[in-house]
Design a protein around this ligand. Structure first.
Ligand SMILES: CC(C)(C)S(=O)(=O)N[C@@H](Cc1ccccc1)C(=O)N[C@@H](Cc1c[nH]c[nH+]1)C(=O)N[C@@H](CC1CCCCC1)C(O)(O)C(F)(F)C(=O)NCCN1CCOCC1
Length: 329
């Protein structure tokens, strides 16, 4: 058994990726942000304050014949960008890419922070992190993938995110035709709920990889590639017009710059992010100043290989073997 779902960038900056999910009977289809950086499946619902839910597709458990209230259960989550949500819990049938989990914990939002209210292109998140990161109390719930894993042909999923094009999340199989190079595997550390791993070195502009390892997480829910200052400086020292812009809270440069590529070693293979993917977007419409897709992780305390890095690769999230696979695209 397998599943395959298309995923699309939310806007011209590939800020987040939207994947449709069917919940309940009859199916209620909600656009969700698949997030390997967290482990809760939560949605805007009939229980979300009307003012907050305006503009969002919502889930109504009362309209689903297969919905059941998980009595006494609640959840509350805060993300790295300080956005947050909380509420109560139902179980219902959840289908992703044609594969159904009959009794999935669906966390219904009774409160959402401003960023979620404003982000009307998504109706919630589908966490693809490790179950240890789930916030439901008194008993933590499993992610959709964790519930599906034993019935899938293989206990793994792949992420194939693309710049301004439709990509895919595949469950239970690896479509190697999506990759140009071999898959390099490396152990995954799920102890914090994230898909943690260590890159063995990096280089700028196609030079030979150095041996400075980088430990971080593979996170589909984070837009940028967020790394240590010494790596960020080593990269932007090659970009003539690069400078830190206080108002933008990041490095910006002339949009006309021909940016160097950024490569990192993982599992015996090398992943090269073309410079074009590091030119994320003009700082505002029509501006000739662009915002960098590689930024500092200094104030986060953890390195994040977010969408800017993931777009250059086919990434295998292999729960069965507790490992991550990366292949050049
Ligand atoms: C807004 C922006 C300037 C484009 S952005 O670059 O900041 N992009 C946001 C995502 C986004 C895109 C579009 C609209 C709104 C929000 C982004 O990259 N947010 C990261 C930034 C970050 C990470 N760390 C520090 N800062 C984040 O919080 N990502 C989380 C998912 C986001 C949350 C907001 C909505 C979109 C999805 C995340 O889950 O990937 C996470 F891993 F960073 C995270 O916070 N995981 C929560 C882990 N907890 C630990 C405790 O137990 C519970 C789970």
């Amino acid at each position: 058994q397998t599943g395959s779902a298309n995923t699309n960038p939310s806007d011209s900056a590939d800020d987040e990726y939207i994947t449709n999910v069917s919940i309940g009977t009859p199916a209620q289809v909600l656009p969700l942000d698949f997030d390997t950086g967290s482990s809760d499946l939560w949605v805007f619902s009939s229980e979300t304050p009307k003012s907050s839910a305006s503009g969002h597709v919502t889930y109504s458990p009362s309209k689903s014949s297969t919905a059941k209230k998980l009595s006494g259960a609640s959840w509350s989550i805060t993300y790295g960008d300080h956005s947050s949500s909380s509420g109560d819990v139902y179980t219902d049938k959840v289908t992703v890419g044609g594969f159904s989990v009959s009794s999935q914990a669906v966390e219904s939002a009774t409160k959402v922070s401003t960023q979620f209210v404003q982000d009307t292109v998504i109706s919630g998140l589908l966490g693809l992190g490790f179950d240890v990161g789930n916030t439901v109390k008194p008993r933590a719930q499993k992610t959709w993938f964790s519930n599906a894993a034993n019935s899938l042909a293989q206990p793994l999923f792949t992420a194939d995110l693309k710049h301004q094009q439709t990509g895919s999340y595949n469950f239970g199989f690896i479509d190697t035709t999506l990759a140009k190079g071999p898959i390099g595997y490396t152990p995954a550390d799920g102890s914090e709920g994230y898909w943690g791993f260590t890159a063995t070195g990096y280089s700028v502009g196609g030079a030979k990889l150095n041996r400075n390892s980088i430990t971080g997480i593979a996170d589909t829910g984070t837009t940028l590639l967020l790394l240590d200052d010494d790596v960020v400086n080593a990269y932007y020292n090659n970009v003539e017009s690069a400078q830190y812009d206080d108002s933008q809270q990041g490095v910006v440069f002339d949009c006309s710059e021909d940016l160097p590529s950024f490569s990192f070693g993982v599992g015996g293979t090398t992943i090269t992010i073309p410079g074009s993917l590091i030119n994320l977007t003009p700082v505002s419409d029509g501006s000739s100043t662009c915002f960098g897709g590689l930024q500092s992780s200094a104030d986060i305390g953890i390195n994040i290989f977010g969408d800017v890095a993931l777009k250059a690769a086919l990434v295998v999230f292999d729960l069965g073997n507790e490992r991550l696979g990366w292949a050049q695209k």
